[in-house]
Design a protein around this ligand. Structure first.
Ligand SMILES: *[C@@H]1O[C@H](CO)[C@@H](O)[C@H](O)[C@H]1NC(C)=O
Length: 304
């Protein structure tokens, strides 16, 4: 008999449930860190208002945390200028669970993962891949940038910080084994997966074929409810009844690209090309997600 041989299991942490009915409210934002520019500050202000209304438990960042090239080191002033001094509303003084995006990989990855940032701002929690458990929901955060072939043969000649990723095939197979195991062990009512890159998207970056081939079968096999990503700077919901819902929340700052690729209208339930963010409301019997624009208008909501 063969056992899968994984170097490490996914880091798994508990986020306490504080509401007496066990429910959980979360905000999701991506593609944001631009020193407040491109309406990052306006999105942040609106997140503060919605975060207060919902009394949120934590925030999920779906990556591309610091433009254009991540952080230089753990004393990079962009950390305060794009994070601590932007998301200042009292309701946003919660944990921020973050994954890395491709732009973060263009900088110093170990700086973004450093405890020094968490000492500067206790909200900051960024790892490559990990699990956050809160009673009825487990959220699995997956490092998707190493999956994308293009970054290893980048025609635009960007440099990426692949330290601790190479050899790439082993990194990816360990990650997929660990994720599959963690999903199979999960007893949560709801299972969400978070990554930077879209699996299904009509945005300009298009679907990520590497994730369709390698990650999606594991999500389907383990009956994941939601996959959430950024990368395309838009707000988007693609889904079919009873299947995985694919949610893009990449409207944290620069948006309005003006590109939408053809997609089956029966599946494409929202495509909004502008800035905004998303909320999740989780109870034992249902999950509701809502997309908001920069003024707090509800663009779309859906319940599973
Ligand atoms: C990356 O950041 C870490 C933490 O600040 C620092 O120790 C290291 O020297 C940096 N690496 C480079 C190449 O600048």
């Amino acid at each position: 008999m063969f056992f899968s041989c994984s170097l490490s299991e996914l880091l798994s942490l508990k986020h306490p449930v504080t509401k007496s009915d066990g429910s959980l409210n979360i905000l999701v934002v991506g593609d944001w860190g631009r020193l407040g520019g491109y309406n990052q500050s306006a999105v942040a202000a609106q997140m503060g208002i919605v975060g207060e209304q919902l009394d949120i438990d934590y925030v999920i960042s779906v990556g591309d945390n610091f433009y254009s090239d991540g952080l230089n080191n753990d004393t990079d002033p962009a950390f305060e200028a794009s994070f601590s001094r932007i998301y200042t509303h009292p309701s946003l003084q919660k944990r921020w669970y973050s994954v890395l995006g491709n732009h973060d990989y263009r900088g110093n990855v170990s700086a973004q993962l450093s405890q020094v940032l968490t000492q500067k701002d206790w909200r900051w929690f960024c790892r490559r891949s990990f699990v956050i458990s809160s009673g009825m929901v487990d959220v699995f955060f997956v490092d998707t940038t190493p999956f994308v072939n293009e970054y290893f043969t980048d025609p635009e000649d960007h440099t990426y910080d692949w330290s601790n990723v190479l050899p790439r095939n082993r990194y990816i197979s360990n990650l997929l084994d660990d994720l599959d195991l963690a999903l199979k062990k999960s007893r949560a009512t709801w299972k969400f997966v978070v990554g930077h890159h879209g699996i299904k998207t009509a945005g300009e970056h298009n679907v990520t074929q590497e994730l369709i081939d390698q990650l999606l079968p594991i999500l389907e096999d383990n009956k994941v409810d939601l996959y959430m990503n950024g990368h395309d700077h838009c707000l988007q919901h693609i889904g079919s009844d009873g299947g995985i819902q694919f949610l893009t929340s990449g409207g944290g700052s620069k948006a309005w690209r003006g590109v939408i690729l053809p997609w089956d209208p029966k599946e494409l339930k929202l495509y909004y090309d502008g800035q905004g963010f998303m909320s999740l409301h989780i109870t034992q019997s249902q999950v509701k997600f809502i997309f908001y624009d920069i003024s707090g208008n509800v663009l779309h909501q859906f319940t599973i």
